[in-house]
Design a protein around this ligand. Structure first.
Ligand code: UD1
Ligand code: CA
Length: 461
């Protein structure tokens, strides 16, 4: 059996009150429409066609390579939307899964179950249904006394009896492909919203003598449709739980999974511990036996094995194995912390490499620099990289020692085994084995206290 997928994504989503196209809102770091398409790709279809509307270039961008596109000029309803895929699909023999782009929680497993049921029952159309605790807003499944599905009634069209029904249309269907496109020709917009409803296809097929049915999924929450920000937050919560449980099954410990916010594509090794109140986003990979403490925020970064991140922010950076950082430090884009290096508290590093086993312990800024191995950077050091117009680079060689409070004014090169005296302002290169000292000499003035005006009043001195 050939399988096809149609994803409905042309609606603007007025209820989101957003500049952003509805299906481009993200759930755990991934757009809703990508969640849907990725789950649908799991059924191994011949073709995925996504229906997009005006201004939908960005939808095409996020789905590039995964889907073909059909363009719906005007949002005339879900039936009209599917019809725009006719050019690409109507002559195909096979079964077509139709799914809405604003239902991000569906799993491949559910789609496969629907396909299986659809095939085994010999239906021309099968709607995926669920029992909703509060069915308001959803289309209701109307059955006869024997339980046969008659039709789907939308919220705005239903009478009071029909609206009591708790079995709802999840927005997902399996259709015999050719029968779907034939039936769509007969859908009218004679209803409360003046729209062409996809849901009407069911009744059209049944009246035509075709077999239609419903497959009821056990977990309503998976079918949650996101029409506003409240539902977006609910979907995020459910997805977050799912993501964290998957990591736990793979051997990651969570101290408080309710407050660990981890994006969909993040990878984490086993025996790593994630404390509560942690955010890990984007394209991030974390190794094994690593600890991420509360208050940490990691974005698009690679963290190795046996690393400790204590209440720190890491963006677009790399921490190799056996390193540590924090508390309260910040790796800004393109920081590379080599194996065994130590980054202490209140340190900011940007576009800089800290070599193997080097230490940047306290209150330091390192920007645009390359540091070799086994270097000690003293407290309060500043890599002064910016003259107000351009950025300049600093190099520090292996085994060098930078005394506390030094300012290294770039561009400058410090050789291996160099020693920079504390509080020096370094503007010239320093050679191997040399010590550089660049600060005002100390002058002590004997008995100066008694010349100070305040000393007169201070008998106790
Ligand atoms: C739809 C169903 C309803 C179901 C619910 C499940 C219909 C008529 N109603 O209602 O039975 O319970 O989903 O979540 O099908 N879209 C287009 N073009 C359009 C209109 C919509 O592409 O002209 C897309 C939207 O982008 C969205 C999806 O279709 O992704 C569903 O549209 P929406 O307006 O959210 O339908 P619901 O009112 O939720
Ligand atoms: Ca919807």
């Amino acid at each position: 059996m050939k399988k096809f997928v149609v994803v409905l994504a042309a609606g603007k989503g007025t209820r989101m009150k957003s500049k952003l196209y509805k299906v481009l809102h993200k759930v755990c770091g991934k757009t809703m429409v990508e969640h849907v398409v990725d789950a649908a790709l799991g059924v191994d279809p011949e073709e995925v066609v996504t229906i997009v509307g005006t201004g939908a270039e960005d939808v095409e961008k996020v789905l590039e390579g995964k889907s073909k596109f059909a363009f719906q000029k005007e949002q005339l309803g879900t039936g009209d939307a599917v019809k725009t895929a006719a050019e690409l699909l109507e002559n195909e023999d096979g079964e077509t899964l139709v799914v809405t782009g604003d239902t991000p929680l569906f799993t491949t497993e559910t789609f496969n179950n629907l396909f299986k049921y659809h095939q085994e029952s010999g239906n021309a159309a099968t709607v995926l249904t669920a029992v909703a605790p509060n069915p308001f807003g959803y289309g209701r499944i109307i059955r006869d006394e024997d339980g046969n599905v008659l039709r789907i009634v939308e919220q705005k069209d239903g009478n009071s009896e029909e609206l009591k029904v708790k079995e709802i249309n999840t927005g997902v269907f399996c259709f015999n492909n050719k029968k779907l496109f034939e039936a769509l020709k007969h859908v009218t917009n004679n209803n409360a919203q003046g729209e062409y409803y996809l849901t009407d296809v069911l009744e059209i097929l049944r009246k035509n003598g075709d077999k239609v049915g419903a497959y009821t999924m056990p977990d309503f929450s998976e079918s949650l449709g996101v029409n506003d920000r409240v539902a977006l937050a609910q979907a995020t919560k459910i997805m977050q739980k799912r993501i964290n449980e998957e990591h736990m099954k793979n051997g990651v410990s969570f101290i408080d999974p309710d407050t660990a916010y981890i994006d969909s594509d993040v990878k984490i090794g086993n025996d790593t511990v994630i404390e509560g109140n942690v955010v890990i986003k984007g394209n991030t990979e974390i190794g094994s036996e690593t600890v991420i403490t509360s208050g940490s925020r990691i974005i698009d970064s690679r963290i190795g094995n046996n690393v400790t991140v204590t209440s720190s922010t890491i963006e677009d950076s790399v921490m190799e194995d056996n390193t540590d950082i924090g508390p309260m430090s910040h790796l800004r884009p393109k920081a590379l912390i080599r194996e065994g290096a130590h980054i202490g508290n209140f340190v900011e590093i940007k576009k800089a490499e800290i070599g193997v086993d080097s230490k940047v312990g306290h209150l330091t800024y390192v920007g645009d620099a390359t540091l070799g191995k086994d270097i000690n950077v003293g407290c309060g050091t500043i890599f002064s990289n910016y003259d107000g117009v351009k950025k300049f680079h600093t190099n520090v060689g292996d085994h060098s020692f930078i005394g506390a409070g030094a300012t290294l004014i770039a561009p400058v090169n410090i050789a291996d085994h160099a020693f920079i005296a504390a509080d020096s302002t370094i503007t010239k290169d320093v050679d191997k084995y040399d010590m550089a000292i660049a600060r005002g000499r100390q002058v002590n003035k004997p008995d100066y206290w008694h010349k100070l005006p305040l000393s007169k009043d201070k008998e106790w001195q």
